[in-house]
Design a protein around this ligand. Structure first.
Ligand code: PNS
Length: 165
């Protein structure tokens, strides 16, 4: 059985992430979407919120399972008994960082392979950070995030004048 792991911060998951998860779930028997629990960095959403949003967004893919990890990705890979890391590529500018990450992981665990999936053009400009920024300043993020993420963003950053009580 081929099991792959798609790691990331997912703070929050975007439609670009969902696309990569759909593509990779079609290639492997099981896909674990692994949300990084970074004790050094407080994100916008906590780990439970991120996992809940990812689960909701990926519920239509039966062979996807959402989990979280702390520490080194290669340790989580070994714990999960998977040797395939999935990463999405949006643009050439992603490549340098991704190349470094893949090389470091190879150094740490030569048996583990990183697979890159190129995103759909319509998601090539999407990132969790840009979505949050656009939303924060009142821009439209329609089609960029799953409905559950949009709902939570509205709860977290209510538009001025909207009473959320
Ligand atoms: O969504 P992101 O923030 O681009 O994901 C980055 C992630 C989580 C894949 C990466 O930071 C990671 O694997 N962190 C865990 C720590 C680790 O294993 N570091 C060694 C490789 S540099």
């Amino acid at each position: 059985m081929r099991k792959a792991v798609y790691p990331g911060s997912f703070d929050p998951i975007t439609n670009g992430h969902v696309y990569i998860a759909e593509r990779s779930a079609a290639l492997f028997d099981e896909l674990v979407v692994a949300v990084l629990y970074n004790t050094q960095k407080q994100g916008t959403f906590n780990i439970e919120e991120r996992k809940a949003m990812a689960r909701e967004a990926l519920i239509h893919i039966p062979n996807v399972h959402v989990s979280s990890f702390e520490g080194l990705l290669v340790d989580f890979m070994r714990q999960e008994r998977s040797r395939i890391i999935i990463r999405g590529l949006r643009a050439l500018s992603d490549f340098e960082y991704e190349f470094q990450l893949a090389q470091m992981n190879r150094q740490l665990a030569p048996e583990i392979e990183t697979f890159f999936i190129v995103t759909e053009a319509q998601y090539s400009y999407l990132s969790s950070r840009s979505v949050k920024e656009v939303f924060h300043f009142g821009g439209s993020i329609q089609g960029m995030v799953p409905p559950g993420v949009y709902r939570r963003l509205r709860e977290r950053f209510p538009p001025p004048g909207l009473d959320m009580r």
